[in-house]
Design a binder for this molecule. Structure first.
Ligand code: F6P
Length: 372
């Protein structure tokens, strides 16, 4: 198969995350150096195969110096699903299926295969496009670490480090003012960022979507700390966390990529706590800081290994697969086995066990953990 391939495309889709440029760089270098192929960069996710003028050749010079840079040199969007492509005309938004145009455009460009670097949304689109004949390989990206089929996604480690750094800073001000400080972190419906950053940053209370919380248990923890001399408490709450019997908090604005925007979990918790605790309660929402900045060494390495492995998959003819990390090896998995499946924090994991060993409050230990 290798003999008749000569040009591949690469695109980044969905929310950006640290390490995207490391993957692009590895794809370009491996494709040119190992196989002598040309690489075309597609701008702004699948939008680049829908709109004209958004494709450019990538050479060694284009990827020089990008390894430490956050973001993506190709641009990205979570608004360009070819199966539900929105076009605004005269103040009205109409939705079209332009997936056939995307396949045609890839043919016109002479792309023998396409590397799709994306999260659940972009990988699902890639998989659906593969059924229409587009030859794709996937690279799992997201700060949320919520994709099935890989031990970890690139970008997650950097986000955890950013949140940990914020916790270190919040500790000193919380302690000085004897306050309860809540840090709201991203993660969508999963608590990977909250749990790992909370453990690494020494939080006292960690609330994740997998364990709907009871206010009474949180209040009890804050009071018990106070009685034992700690006049401050640090809470990490995942944006998707919810009270037992309640719902996660969403923002009122329009859906993005078919998903409602989460937001307000920290403020909601602060309001609920204020009637129960005497200390001042303050909220910090870390937001998109978690998506920016230079990738950690772990994410640069993982992104680089993923990018090179994606090119080798194409050379081997192993299309419609996603590269993945298993133990410490890069392997691959058919995309049909991973699309549409979220990876939640297992309640019997050693992370949860360790949090309990250290007497951290997880918001609902009695119902969710001790009953396991
Ligand atoms: O999936 C990555 C992520 O950063 C989530 O953690 C968060 O809920 C969402 O994207 C935010 O999306 P947007 O950039 O559209 O606000």
């Amino acid at each position: 198969m290798k003999d008749y391939l000569n040009r591949i495309g690469v695109l980044t889709g969905g929310g950006d995350c640290p390490g995207l440029n490391a993957v692009i760089r590895a794809v370009v270098k491996t494709a040119i150096h190992e196989y002598g192929w040309e690489v075309y960069g597609i701008e702004d996710g699948f939008e680049g195969l829908i709109q004209p003028g958004k494709v450019r050749p990538l050479t060694f010079a284009d990827v020089r110096g990008i390894l430490p840079r956050g973001g993506t040199i190709l641009g990205t969007t979570n608004r360009a699903d070819p199966f539900h492509y929105e076009v605004e005309s005269g103040g009205e938004v109409k939705v079209f299926d332009v997936s056939d145009n995307v396949v045609r455009q890839a043919q016109v460009l002479g792309l023998d295969a396409l590397v799709v670097i994306g999260g659940d949304g972009s990988l699902r689109i890639a998989y659906e496009m593969s059924k229409k004949g587009l030859r794709v390989v996937g690279v799992p990206k997201t700060i949320d670490n919520d994709l099935q089929g890989t031990l970890v996604t690139f970008g997650f480690d950097t986000a955890v480090n950013t949140a940990m750094d914020a916790l270190d800073k919040l500790h000193t001000t919380a302690e000085s003012h004897h306050r309860v400080i809540i840090l709201e972190v991203m993660g969508r419906d999963t608590g990977w960022i909250a749990l790992k950053a909370g453990l690494a940053g020494g939080a006292d209370i960690i609330l994740i979507p997998e364990i709907p919380f009871e206010i009474s248990e949180i209040v009890e923890k804050i009071k018990s700390r106070s009685q034992h001399g700690a006049k401050f408490s640090i809470i990490v709450i995942a944006e998707g966390a919810k009270p037992a019997g309640g719902e996660a908090s969403y923002l009122a604005d329009r859906d993005v990529g078919g998903m409602k925007r989460l937001g307000g979990a920290g403020e909601g918790l602060a309001t609920a706590l204020k009637t129960h605790v005497r200390a001042d309660v303050r909220v910090t929402v870390l937001g998109h800081l978690q998506r920016g900045g230079s990738p950690t060494a772990f994410d640069r390495l993982l992104g680089t290994r993923f990018g090179a492995a994606a090119v080798h998959l194409i050379a081997e003819g192993k299309l419609n697969h996603m590269v993945s990390l298993e133990n410490d090896a890069i392997v691959s998995i058919p995309m049909e086995e991973v699309v549409g499946k979220q990876k939640f924090v297992p309640l019997d994991s050693d992370l949860i066990r360790t949090a309990l060993d250290l007497d951290l409050c997880l918001g609902n230990t009695r119902t969710f953990i001790l009953s396991l």
